[in-house]
Write a protein that binds this ligand. Structure first.
Ligand SMILES: [Zn+2]
Ligand SMILES: [Zn+2]
Length: 470
């Protein structure tokens, strides 16, 4: 902050606009920090985020956005829009929690409710920061009479539900010029990294039951079908591209050893950095399942077929967000926060080197992430950028109780404000620099060249909103 104040005297016009937007973020910060804490205190699983979604919608409604709730056949999905015409800039928010990660705001494992859900991926911060930025951007657009549309996407069930894919199928991203989002992490970072695409399904085998001792010859074991399939998968593992990851569980292997299983179920996921390579591996996995059914004289069906695309990064958008993140800056821990961070890190083995949350990195490294998100599907359809802000100490991974504890703490909220400031600054650049949007589109076309987005979720599929929580 001190550095920017010094520079204001030199170039007042330019920096005043940036400082004004940062002022707007700061003005609404306490309200949205409180919302992030409320969502954290009442975590909800994918497709069941009724309270969380309503809280965020209410903030946007109060700020004058036109909210459409229940879009793309998902009760907790929504869009919120302000302005009109081009450009159309989209901001993505998430708000779903993870099963089993209920955790108090403390540095020892201590669930609020045993086995309950928790915000181990920090989506309470993700949703609240994006709404905070949207409100600040809206105020700045209107104050300066800048043309264009700002559209917020409330996207449910990121954790295993692919909510964004149903929104893509519903055509909700067709007219968007650029999409911005962020993700909670252990550092403040923008780069040109990507992650892994996933194909997954439940393979359900159906056989013929029989007494396993008196009349085994009458039975055809569904478990045999599953096991032959998985043996074939294990042999396949040697002959797929190096970066492939195949993991599975037998989610149902029959009820009792003395009954030939009439039903068995395999939950199998395959990942690879390239969507088209993954599609080829998936075809071969299906052949393994066919082999299992053929040899065991059973049959199989696929259920909950799902896929998530890898991220297509975008050079010009990463540059804009890099500059924005450097301007937004990191933050410092208070003495109490530093103690909390140290106590959390003491539970990690190994914790690795400590990186202060004041450190900000913006470069062109092409880091290969090993996680996956339906943000990747959006990035195949619209020029998109995602960055991380430090909502938990270095060394902590998402999907852990440590991350869940931090997502409810002041550390998480300080990281959330870094994200909101960055999004607001970056979006304003895009609204006022048409050439950057053109460059982002050209970069998108080059990186995607000749490849098309494929997903295992059919265009007419209904989101499994009534099924078990994701
Ligand atoms: Zn996650
Ligand atoms: Zn996440």
């Amino acid at each position: 902050m001190r550095r920017s104040l010094l520079l204001i005297a030199v170039v007042p016009g330019f920096l005043c606009a940036q400082d004004r937007i940062l002022g707007r973020v700061a003005a609404h910060a306490p309200q949205l920090e409180a919302v992030s804490r409320k969502i954290w205190e009442s975590p909800e699983l994918g497709f069941h985020e009724g309270r969380s979604s309503a809280l965020l919608q209410q903030e946007l409604k109060s700020a004058g956005f036109t909210v459409k709730a229940g879009v793309a056949g998902m009760p907790t999905a929504f869009t919120a829009e302000i302005g009109s015409g081009k450009p159309v800039i989209g901001i993505l928010g998430e708000f779903d929690a993870l099963p089993g990660l209920s955790q108090k705001e403390q540095a020892t494992r201590s669930p609020i409710s045993d086995g309950g859900p928790g915000h181990g991926c920090g989506h309470n911060l993700l949703g609240s920061a994006t709404v905070l930025s949207a409100i600040a951007i809206k105020e700045e657009l209107q104050a300066r009479g800048i043309r264009g549309t700002l559209r917020y996407y409330g996207t449910p069930a990121e954790e295993g539900g692919s909510g964004k894919v149903y929104m893509l199928h519903a055509g909700l991203f067709k007219d968007v010029d650029a999409v911005l989002t962020w993700h909670p992490g252990s550092g403040n970072q923008v780069d040109l990294g990507s992650n892994l695409a996933i194909d997954s399904a439940l393979f359900r085998f159906y056989g013929t039951p029989a007494h396993a001792a008196i009349a085994p010859f009458r039975g055809r074991s569904a478990l045999d079908g599953a096991m032959i399939m998985l043996h074939a998968v294990e042999m396949l593992r040697e002959h797929v591209p190096q970066e492939t990851r195949i993991h599975y569980v037998i989610s149902n292997g029959g009820a009792a050893p003395n009954v030939v299983p009439a039903f068995a179920e395999v939950n199998l996921w395959v990942r690879h950095p390239a969507l088209d390579t993954l599609a080829g591996v998936w075809e071969r996995i299906l052949k393994c399942a066919q082999a299992g059914a053929l040899a065991s004289e059973t049959r199989f069906e696929l259920a909950q077929v799902r896929s998530v695309a890898n991220v297509i990064p975008n050079g010009p958008l990463a540059e804009v967000m890099g500059r924005a993140l450097l301007k937004a800056g990191g933050y410092d821990y208070s003495a109490a926060e530093r103690k909390f961070a140290d106590d959390i890190r003491a539970t990690l083995d190994p914790a690795g080197e400590f990186v202060a949350p004041s450190v900000v990195t913006a470069d062109k490294s092409q880091r290969q992430g090993m996680a996956s998100s339906d943000f990747g599907d959006v990035s195949w359809n619209v020029p998109s950028v995602e960055f991380t802000a430090a909502t938990f100490p270095s060394g902590v991974s998402p999907h852990t109780w440590q991350a869940a504890a931090c997502a409810g703490s002041s550390i998480g909220r300080k990281g959330m404000l870094v994200a909101a400031r960055t999004l607001a600054l970056g979006a304003m650049d895009l609204f006022t620099q048409p050439a950057t949007l053109q460059a982002a589109r050209a970069d998108f076309d080059t990186r995607r060249a000749g490849r098309t987005w494929v997903t295992l979720i059919p265009t007419d599929a209904k989101a499994p909103v009534d099924g078990p929580a994701k």
